[in-house]
Ligand binder design. Structure first.
Ligand SMILES: Nc1ncnc2c1ncn2[C@@H]1O[C@H](COP(=O)(O)OP(=O)(O)OP(=O)(O)O)[C@@H](O)[C@H]1O
Length: 365
């Protein structure tokens, strides 16, 4: 099984603007890597370069020992010789072919004999749970079923590398959830190396073994999903991953209000430079009596927003507005004064880089 290695990969489309800039990325053998980032950050360009649909303007791409692109050596392997399976957002199926024939199509192109074609197509359709609709035509399937057929078509070929570009974006919320679980299972069963592009952080956190967060063509962080969430490398990652987003309190040269309160708490524990900003995740902000040594303040309840399984509370804390998310019922009402506390503060320096040694959650982990 292959490891995909991107070394110093850049892509510019002319005009000097870089879609991807100096990207070093290793997708380990058997990984399920999500490329995550906002629109225009270079995710699709990165995937298309791995697929061979775009050529880098600098750097090299290799799968295992096999170099597929090297700008320096003038080397480029076309997509059909890369042995990768691709599923893009628009998963065109042949409308005049049945589901089974659609899945067999790729195998036919590879000159796989008919009986083997048939059994491999059926196995792939079973894997995505659309084997019951094998003799129907694409127009007779739901969007989610069509999506799965597109996946089965790729799985039947059994590529060691699967490249998926927002393949769930056309599905409704329920199907998307179902397909996330399905893809995760398929990954575990097939052992393939998967690279998956998404702008949906929940998709990345729930499915991936590794997450690469990109912004403006540059890699911001490469880590396991929970590390991206618990230990974001910088302010961009901190604010992009998590919903509602992390509150960031700038400390400034003469901190007052909430900033001063947070600094009074973290400074005795600090070693080195003062944080330029302190981050609080809404779900780490608790209400009620604080444990010893937790940061805490009085909070005026401005609004309680129940959402079935969670409660979002808007609080006024000193001079700032903070949101808390609770997964147990919040019985308070607007105008109540409670104590809010947290043991998880994220500290950032003036460049926005996280100062991990100051994280109380880590210190006590
Ligand atoms: N063929 C092209 N010609 C010129 N510029 C391009 C081309 N393809 C992409 N770009 C530019 O490169 C940058 C990265 O685009 P890319 O499609 O990789 O981003 P993305 O993160 O996948 O975005 P989205 O989530 O919106 O698909 C963008 O600024 C985009 O406008």
């Amino acid at each position: 099984m292959p490891t995909i290695t991107l070394s110093g990969v850049s892509k510019s489309y002319g005009g000097g603007e870089h879609a991807v800039r100096n990207l070093d990325l290793v997708v380990p053998d058997g990984a399920f890597m999500c490329l995550l980032g906002p629109s225009g950050c270079g995710k699709t360009t990165t995937l298309r370069m791995i697929a061979g649909l775009e050529q880098p303007t600098a750097g090299s791409i290799a799968v295992g020992d096999r170099v597929l692109d090297s700008v320096e050596r003038g080397l480029y392997v076309p997509p059909e010789k890369r042995g990768m399976g691709l599923v893009f957002q628009n998963y065109a199926l042949w409308p005049h072919l049945s589901v089974r024939e659609n899945v067999e199509f790729g195998l036919r192109m590879r000159k796989v004999p008919a009986p083997e074609r048939r059994s491999r197509a059926e196995a792939a359709l079973r894997m995505v749970h659309v084997d019951a609709a094998m003799d129907r035509y694409p127009s007779q399937l739901s969007g989610g079923q069509q999506q799965r057929v597109a996946l089965a078509r790729m799985l039947a070929v059994n590529p060691a590398v699967l490249l998926l570009d927002e393949p769930l974006s056309n599905l409704d919320a329920r199907l998307r959830l179902e397909m996330r679980a399905e893809l995760k299972r398929i990954h575990e069963e097939s052992g393939a190396t998967i690279v998956f592009v998404t702008h949906d952080q929940l998709e990345a956190l729930t499915m991936a073994t590794d997450v690469a967060v990109l912004n403006d063509g540059e890699l911001q962080q490469l880590a396991a999903p929970m590390d991206v969430y618990d230990r974001p490398a910088n302010r961009f990652v901190a604010e992009f991953v998590g919903s509602p987003p992390m509150a960031i309190v700038e400390t400034g040269p003469a901190p007052t209000g909430l900033a001063a309160s947070l600094l009074r708490h973290v400074e005795p524990r600090a070693a080195g430079k003062a944080p330029a900003a302190v981050g609080i995740r809404p779900e780490a902000l608790r209400l009620g009596p604080p444990p010893d040594a937790a940061w805490h303040e009085e909070a005026l309840v401005e609004a309680v927003l129940p959402a079935g399984s969670s409660w979002t509370v808007r609080l006024r804390v000193l001079d700032a507005e903070l949101y808390a998310v609770s997964y147990t019922p919040v019985l308070a009402a607007s105008g109540d004064v409670l104590t809010c506390w947290t043991e998880q503060l994220h500290l950032f320096d003036a460049d926005g880089v996280r100062i991990s040694s100051w994280d109380r959650a880590e210190a006590t982990a």
